[in-house]
Design a protein around this ligand. Structure first.
Ligand SMILES: NC(=O)c1ccc[n+]([C@@H]2O[C@H](COP(=O)([O-])OP(=O)(O)OC[C@H]3O[C@@H](n4cnc5c(N)ncnc54)[C@H](O)[C@@H]3O)[C@@H](O)[C@H]2O)c1
Length: 257
């Protein structure tokens, strides 16, 4: 049986990159997927890709920094698919790299408003509305575990997301739910100026452990699926680095070693 057969999933930031790959993989594993993005056209494109492979999905336009939009996207899941089992709160933004002294209050407010406030609002909805046995995953970043001199506001927002997950684990467990974070290293996606991935490959064909370059969005999506699924039943409140060991050893491993 596919891992998400008869389950309903909601993915934010699903019009591009990691969120699109996760939506495609969740649908391939049997889930009905609510594809959420603030960009209507890209959300619809993800739905088309899923439909083309026989999957079931619906597009939902929402801005995660809005409390009303967070409520509305969970309403869509309940109305269209009868409930929700897996919430992947993945949407986020990055801003041009600048040193700390050039971070403006406006940049800080925007990054915190989307990456931290928006994720917090989604986590509150997920805790209240996931069906028992369900799970939530949020996308933090390697920059949520170590400082990032040229992207201080981004790094602060992602550290906050990790703190949110760790703090929420007990409240999720009290409802029979789990919450975890994925912390990607460098990923080829819209955020890093790389063309959006549309082709999903067999997990067997993803790059092997010797690989040290930027990851594909699907590398991260596969780990998110694991944390959303039944195989991770004992994993709660964790922040999982997904970076092919680029942060895990010092000095850094050279590419191809
Ligand atoms: N690309 C990387 O190297 C990298 C590394 C670590 C963490 N991340 C995180 O991964 C997540 C996904 O990013 P990605 O790399 O797939 O980038 P991406 O830019 O390809 O996709 C992000 C998607 O989120 C959507 N989005 C942005 N703000 C939104 C909002 N307020 N409401 C709803 N949707 C919104 C965008 O329209 C876009 O479709 C982000 O949280 C990002 O911070 C990315």
């Amino acid at each position: 049986m596919a891992d998400f057969e008869n389950k309903v999933a909601l993915v934010t930031g699903a019009g591009s990159g990691i969120g699109r790959a996760a939506s495609q993989r969740l649908a391939a594993e049997g889930a009905s997927v609510v594809v959420v993005d603030r960009d209507e056209a890209t959300a619809k494109r993800t739905v088309e890709l899923i439909a083309a492979t026989g999957g079931r999905a619906i597009a939902c336009t929402a801005d995660i920094s809005s409390e009303a939009d967070n409520q509305a996207m969970f309403d869509v899941a309940e109305r269209e698919f009868g409930g929700i089992d897996a919430a992947y709160l993945n949407a986020g933004i990055l801003q041009p790299y600048v040193p700390l002294e050039q971070v403006t209050v406006d940049m800080f407010d925007r990054l915190i408003g989307v990456n931290l406030r928006g994720t917090f609002l989604g986590v509150q909805q997920a805790r209240a509305r996931l069906r028992p046995g369900g799970a939530c995953v949020v996308t933090a970043s390697a920059a949520g575990l170590i400082g990032f001199a040229e992207a201080a506001a981004y790094s602060m927002s992602k550290h906050g997301v990790v703190g949110l997950v760790r703090s929420a684990a007990a409240a999720f467990a009290a409802r029979g739910l789990r919450i975890n974070a994925v912390c990607p290293g460098m990923v080829l996606s819209g955020m890093t100026g790389a063309a959006g991935l549309e082709e999903i490959v067999s997990p067997d064909d993803l790059a092997d452990p010797e690989y040290r370059g930027p990851l594909s969005a699907q590398h991260v999506a596969e780990v998110a699926l694991f944390l959303l699924g039944r195989h991770a039943a004992a994993v709660n409140g964790q922040a999982q680095l997904v970076d092919a060991a680029s942060l895990s050893s010092f000095p850094p491993l050279p590419e191809g070693s």
